[in-house]
Ligand binder design. Structure first.
Ligand SMILES: NC(=O)c1ccc[n+]([C@@H]2O[C@H](COP(=O)([O-])OP(=O)(O)OC[C@H]3O[C@@H](n4cnc5c(N)ncnc54)[C@H](O)[C@@H]3O)[C@@H](O)[C@H]2O)c1
Length: 364
């Protein structure tokens, strides 16, 4: 059983949480790993994951060892004081549409003299040189062009792609086909946190459907205090995030709600919350004899602890697909682990599907 070699795009808070969370368990091997759904996938444990190269635009990250860059500002995760699962130096990525207007005074990009084409060639060389087999995309919301650039690099470098953010790659048939043609797996899009607002809202919606009550309207308001939330203040960058989060809930309803009766989205930035995210979810509807009801939920979670465990599952499922020579979208893992998969499933169905995939009973 070899190691899983991963290259990372966007050395931000999510990646800092992923790398430090794995390290946290490495230091205390007797501690039970909380926050993953499978101890082993295809024989791989969480400690088989190695981050062998990284790409960013920030001048305080590019050129630094990856193991140092995870601690660079504005990253906020500080769970352990060092990580031993990261190697190599952070390399330069083209900025393209990666930095939104509210991030411009927080991220200073390197003063580049290189063309996009040159950066592309260098990235492919670096990826091949380090032996990375999977690229993990953590670019900011709204980075359409930058994500397409990196999906293209993955194809040219012979890498699988795990897309943790809401630009639609796995769920766009033309992109999925390009990965299928190269026999490279793709899992996406937009990571579904372990116990985040999406899964909780889906379960609430499904509960209403299963119990035969009718949902009239529903909302989900999310607030947080990190760069992800600052970036999402720019409404124009949010279109695909809103689609991803809204469809994750709509897909669980018996009948779609009209657009003016469902609101799901990141809603504000509250600086002192840091990586803490608060979600407020409300469902209103009717029960027997058309008598009204409403249901409210408040969730208080660390957004980065919340996505790390799910990402570990996605990386291991992706490696399993690579080991089996599979290409294209991996429907089971995408439906279970991502908000906007190529094919939505109920969460129990998706869990069964991913277990079948792991056991080799299904191909995707
Ligand atoms: N629970 C969660 O945290 C969660 C859940 C679902 C999706 N996501 C998504 O994951 C993504 C990453 O979140 P985060 O909190 O790590 O964000 P972040 O703001 O902390 O990090 C983003 C990183 O990308 C870098 N970057 C910007 N433009 C770039 C470019 N062109 N090329 C390479 N790097 C570039 C930034 O310098 C920064 O280091 C976001 O899109 C977020 O919405 C997060």
């Amino acid at each position: 059983m070899g190691k899983i070699k991963v290259g990372v795009i966007g050395i931000g808070n999510c990646f800092a949480g992923l790398a430090q969370g794995i390290e946290y368990y490495k230091r205390d091997p007797k501690r039970e790993v909380v926050g993953i759904m499978h101890d082993k996938i295809g024989g791989y444990s969480i400690h088989d994951i190695e981050f062998v190269c990284g790409f960013d635009v920030a001048e305080n990250k590019v050129g630094k060892p990856l193991a140092e860059a995870v601690y660079a500002e504005p990253n906020e995760v500080k769970w352990v004081d060092s990580v031993s699962n990261c190697s190599g130096i952070v390399h330069e990525s083209p900025v393209l549409d990666g930095i939104g207007i509210y991030m411009q005074n927080r991220i200073v990009p390197v003063k580049s003299t290189k063309s996009e084409g040159q950066l592309r060639m260098e990235a492919i060389e670096e990826i091949k040189g380090t032996g990375a087999r999977i690229l993990l995309n953590y670019l900011p919301v709204g980075s359409q062009k930058a994500t397409e650039f990196w999906a293209g690099v993955a194809l040219d470098a012979g890498c699988a792609f795990v897309n943790n953010m809401p630009v639609f790659i796995a769920s766009t048939p033309a992109w999925a086909k390009r990965f299928a043609d190269k026999k490279l797996p793709v899992i996406g899009d937009d990571i579904k946190s372990q116990l985040g607002s999406t899964i909780v809202h889906r379960v609430m919606a499904k509960l209403c459907v299963d119990r035969g009550v009718e949902i009239d309207k529903t909302y989900q308001i999310n607030v947080g205090g990190n760069t992800d939330f600052i970036n999402m203040l720019e409404r124009e960058r949010l279109e695909s995030k809103k689609i991803s989060k809204t469809e994750a809930v709509q897909s669980q309803l018996k009948e779609r709600l009209p657009d003016d009766r469902i609101y799901v989205g990141p809603s504000d930035f509250i600086p002192f919350l840091g990586n803490r995210k608060l979600a407020f979810i409300r469902v209103e509807g009717k029960m027997f004899a058309d008598v009204p009801f409403d249901l409210e939920m408040r969730l208080n979670v660390d957004d980065k602890a919340n996505s790390g465990g799910t990402t570990i599952e996605a990386i291991r499922c992706c490696q399993l697909a690579l080991d089996r020579g599979l290409g294209g979208e991996i429907n089971s893992a995408s439906a279970y682990l991502m908000k906007h998969p190529p094919r939505q499933m109920g969460d129990s169905e998706a869990r069964d599907a991913v277990n079948d995939f792991i056991e080799g009973k299904r191909k995707d």
